[in-house]
Design a binder for this molecule. Structure first.
Ligand SMILES: Cc1cc2nc3c(=O)[nH]c(=O)nc-3n(C[C@H](O)[C@H](O)[C@H](O)COP(=O)(O)OP(=O)(O)OC[C@H]3O[C@@H](n4cnc5c(N)ncnc54)[C@H](O)[C@@H]3O)c2cc1C
Length: 251
C-alpha cells in the first residue's frame, strides 16, 4: 500500500527521498506494478517531473530516459524494429501508455519479451547517485539487493547491432513459453538471451561469432521445467528459435 507520495522536480531531491529507509521509499515509474494491492507499506517518489522522458540518438547509441513509456519507445523512429516487436509483445496498448522503460526492466520476470530483447543488446544503465554505469546483465540478479536508495536514470542501447526475436506462446498475444533474442554486432559478436521461464531472462551465450549458439541455448534451458512446459520441450525449442534468429541474419 502506498502511504506517502512525492513528486520532486530535482534529481537531488528525489535521491534524498529515496535514501530514506523509514518509511521504505521507492521510485514510482508508471505505477502499474506499485499500484497493485500489497501488504507492504511504501512511500513513493514519482519520477515524472524529473525530465527523464527523452529518447536521443548519441552517435552509435540510443539514450532512453528512465520514464520513457513503452508506447513512446515503440513510437520512436530510431527504436530498432525488432525491439518494437518485443515491446508490442510485452503488454497491451493501455499498459504501454503508462509503464516506463526502467519500471519494466526492474519489474521484469523471465517471461518479459522486452527485458529479453534489451538484455541481448547489452545495454548500459546509468544509476544514481554516483552516475554509475552498469550492465543490465549485472544488475538483473541483484535487483532487490542493489537498488534500495538508487535510481536508473538512463538506458543506452547500441544502434549498429542486428537484433532478432522469436517466440512460442499459447496464443500470439500471450507471453512466451520460450523466447530467444539474439543480437549480432558488426564484429560478429553474438549474444543469445532466452526468456519464457524463471525470475529473469537468461544470457545463454556472449561469443565472438554465432557458432554454437543453438547448442548454448539448448544447454541453458536444460532444466527450465515448470507448470507451463517441460525442461526437455523448452530446451529443444530454445535451440530451434535461436537457430531461426541466426538464420535471419544470414538471409
Ligand atoms: C493490468 C496489468 C497488466 C499487465 N500485463 C503485463 C504483461 O502482459 N506483461 C508484463 O511483462 N507485465 C505486465 N504488467 C506489469 C507491468 O505493466 C510492467 O512490469 C511494467 O512495465 C512496469 O513499469 P512501471 O513503470 O509501471 O513500473 P512501476 O510500477 O512504477 O515500478 C515497478 C518497479 O520498478 C521500480 N522502478 C521504477 N522506475 C525505476 C527507476 N527509474 N529506477 C529504479 N527502479 C525503478 C519501482 O520502484 C518498482 O519496484 C501488467 C500490469 C498490469 C497492472
Amino acid at each position: 500500500m502506498i502511504t506517502e507520495y512525492h513528486r520532486p522536480d530535482k534529481l537531488e531531491d528525489a535521491l534524498d527521498l529515496l535514501a530514506r529507509t523509514n518509511p521504505l521509499t521507492v521510485p514510482l515509474g508508471g505505477g502499474t506494478v506499485l499500484n497493485q494491492p500489497s501488504d507492504q507499506q511504501v512511500a513513493v517518489v514519482d519520477l515524472q517531473a524529473l525530465g527523464l522522458n527523452l529518447i536521443e540518438p548519441r552517435g552509435r547509441t540510443l539514450s532512453i530516459g528512465a520514464t520513457v513509456t513503452l508506447q513512446a519507445l515503440l513510437d520512436a523512429s530510431k527504436t530498432p524494429l525488432v525491439l518494437k516487436a518485443a515491446i508490442r509483445h510485452e503488454a497491451t496498448y493501455n499498459i504501454r501508455q503508462v509503464a516506463t522503460v526502467a519500471g519494466a526492466l526492474m519489474a521484469a520476470d523471465g517471461r518479459s519479451p522486452f527485458a529479453a530483447a534489451i538484455l541481448a543488446l547489452a545495454p548500459e544503465l546509468t544509476l544514481q547517485p554516483g552516475d554509475e554505469k552498469v550492465s543490465y546483465g549485472e544488475l538483473l540478479p541483484l535487483r532487490a539487493e542493489q537498488m534500495p536508495g538508487r535510481l536508473i536514470t538512463y538506458v543506452a542501447i547500441p544502434l549498429d547491432v542486428k537484433l532478432a526475436y522469436q517466440y512460442v506462446a499459447r496464443s500470439p498475444a500471450d507471453l512466451p513459453i520460450v523466447c530467444a533474442a539474439v543480437a549480432k554486432w558488426p564484429s560478429g559478436r553474438t549474444r543469445v538471451v532466452l526468456g519464457g521461464y524463471g525470475e529473469s531472462p537468461l544470457l545463454a551465450m556472449d561469443g565472438p561469432n554465432p557458432q554454437g549458439a543453438d547448442i548454448a541455448a539448448r544447454d541453458a534451458y536444460r532444466e527450465a521445467g515448470d507448470q507451463w512446459a517441460s525442461a526437455e520441450y523448452r530446451s529443444d525449442v530454445a535451440a530451434k528459435l535461436t537457430r531461426r534468429c541466426i538464420d535471419e541474419f544470414e538471409n
